[in-house]
Design a protein around this ligand. Structure first.
Ligand code: BG6
Length: 503
């Protein structure tokens, strides 16, 4: 097994929801699975004063709840490697005590100068923290912040969580600030959807087989649907969500990662450079709608009231009359040879009928239908590949067969691979393998600066004043537990298509 280097994982935002619910449980899982170097240390930092033990006690119930197969003894073993330091990462004076603590931990645990920083704080704090890290003398080539053993080769890397800016301009500014402190090879823009097994499996399915790729183009594929439906509401995050919305929260980030893997050209070799280069190219090939096209290429919605809470724009923390979307569907076209004329419909929303993330690849009907005069044939176009990413992990390929018996009748059947049944493996928390990749220096599943900026350019018409018309009827325009606003059905209906809304 490829082992990580010994290192310190320094988490800014130790008291945050992401750290408790995802990051530490994921690190615990990685520890149990033997993926971490035994000397790995986790150092959390946040403003509130607390001891190492107090932080460990706070984390334990979260890990017990979120990590699979919680084991008290294994937790105790891992908890010994968890530490805490209080301080304000945006203030210069914090960096002297932080340096001293890092140096002491590195000496004690033998992590050398290796340091992986995880920014798990509010997006507005990213730049101030990175500026302080830079000013403190950290991560300048050849210069070590935490120089325990000056002769030892060491690395310092940074993982930046989404939202990576809120538009092209803020993403460029953040990239510049990061670029002043870190080399591009040391910057890991994380998207936890790329840690999901079935998202990674997309590349193997496409490029590890010969049966799909010849058909994977506009000649044979009618359209693609990418869905991330959630049943949850916005919870305690109203202020964050109201400034964000479904396009920023899910589409520009997570669903564009899936989009890139479904649509990109095959890299010549599976290396970080080649994979990332192809993703940059395909995001750059998105055709950006103009004028009236913007409203015709999207459907935006807000959930109505139900028995548990009011309509979105009436929630505490949401600006009265807010037009932030809790549901968005957009239609994407690529200006390239492979996909000319084949639309990709992408949708995501809160409080929908079910929790499901999936890709539906709908193939075109056979070029000539020799059964067209046979009664009982015809109807639905058969071939469809469904890649279900969550909550179940499965692949489903639909095709037409003859119904056994006399006469000639056709039926659509599905051939299915259920990952849990077949591989006897439950899904693991997506953050774990990604953080381990960053510890190994593997950037394949992290976003490049240019890709992030390109993704913002592609969604901006649906976010800025050009989307005003699409937002004019947004309030309470879909019922909780439904599949979104009627305008989303019309988006596909205008093209003679329908969403796959199967339970
Ligand atoms: C997060 C979004 O990035 O992803 C949340 O901020 C969303 O709003 C979540 O609920 C969905 O992630 P998953 O892994 O549950 O599909």
């Amino acid at each position: 097994m490829l082992q990580t280097d010994p290192c310190i994982l320094l988490i800014f935002g130790a008291s945050g929801d992401l750290t408790q619910r995802k990051l530490v449980p994921a690190m615990y899982e990685m520890h149990v699975m033997g993926q971490l170097h035994p000397a790995t240390v986790v150092l959390g930092t946040a403003r509130r004063e607390k001891t190492d033990d107090a932080w460990r006690d706070e984390l334990k119930p979260w890990v017990a709840k979120s990590a699979r197969g919680f084991d008290e003894a294994k937790w105790n073993e891992f908890a010994k490697r968890i530490f805490y330091i209080a301080g304000d990462g945006t203030k210069a004076e914090f960096y002297q005590p932080l340096d001293a603590r890092l140096s002491a931990l590195a000496k004690e645990h033998g992590t050398r100068g290796n340091l992986l920083i995880f920014l798990s704080v509010a997006e507005t704090l990213y730049e101030p923290i990175v500026e302080q890290i830079d000013a403190a003398g950290l991560v300048v080539e050849g210069k070590r912040w935490c120089s325990i053993d000056p002769s030892a080769k060491s690395w310092q890397r940074i993982i930046v969580e989404k939202p990576f800016g809120r538009d092209s301009a803020t993403a460029i500014s953040l990239n510049r600030t990061l670029g002043r402190a870190f080399e591009e090879e040391s910057i890991y823009r994380i998207d936890h959807y790329l840690g999901k097994e079935l998202v990674q499996s997309l590349l193997v399915l496409r490029f590890g087989n010969s049966i799909f790729e010849p058909l994977w183009n506009c000649q044979y594929i009618d359209h693609v649907q990418i869905t991330a439906a959630e049943t949850v509401s916005v919870g305690q995050r109203t202020a964050f969500y109201d400034a964000t919305g479904a396009i920023r929260d899910m589409i520009q980030s997570h669903l564009f990662q899936i989009l890139a893997f479904v649509a990109m050209e095959p890299p010549s070799l599976y290396t970080p450079e080649n994979v990332r280069a192809e993703k940059i190219k395909i995001i750059d090939a998105i055709s950006i709608p103009e004028g009236d096209e913007v409203a015709r290429h999207c459907a935006l919605g807000q959930f109505a009231a139900d028995s548990t809470e009011g309509a979105y724009d009436k929630l505490v923390g949401v600006a009265p009359g807010s037009t932030t979307e809790t549901y968005a569907a957009i239609k994407v076209h690529f200006d390239n040879w492979r996909w000319a004329g084949t639309p990709f419909y992408i949708r995501s929303g809160k409080k929908l009928a079910t929790k499901r993330t999936e890709v539906v690849v709908q193939f075109k009907p056979p070029a000539a239908n020799l059964f067209r005069k046979v009664p009982g044939f015809g109807g639905e176009t058969p071939n469809r590949l469904v890649i279900e990413v969550a909550p179940r992990e499965r692949l489903q390929l639909r095709f037409e067969v003859k119904v056994p018996g006399f006469g000639l009748r056709g039926a659509n059947v599905d051939m299915e691979l259920d990952y849990a049944d077949h591989f006897k493996a439950e899904p693991i928390e997506a953050y774990g393998p990604l953080i381990v990749d960053a510890m190994r220096g593997d950037q394949t599943l992290f976003k490049h600066r240019i890709e992030v900026e390109g993704a913002w350019n592609a969604v901006m018409p649906f976010l800025d004043q050009r989307s005003a018309m699409a937002r004019s009827t947004i309030h309470a325009n879909y019922a909780c537990g439904s599949w979104g606003p009627a305008s989303a059905d019309e988006l596909l209906g205008r093209d003679g298509r329908a969403w796959r809304n199967e339970a």
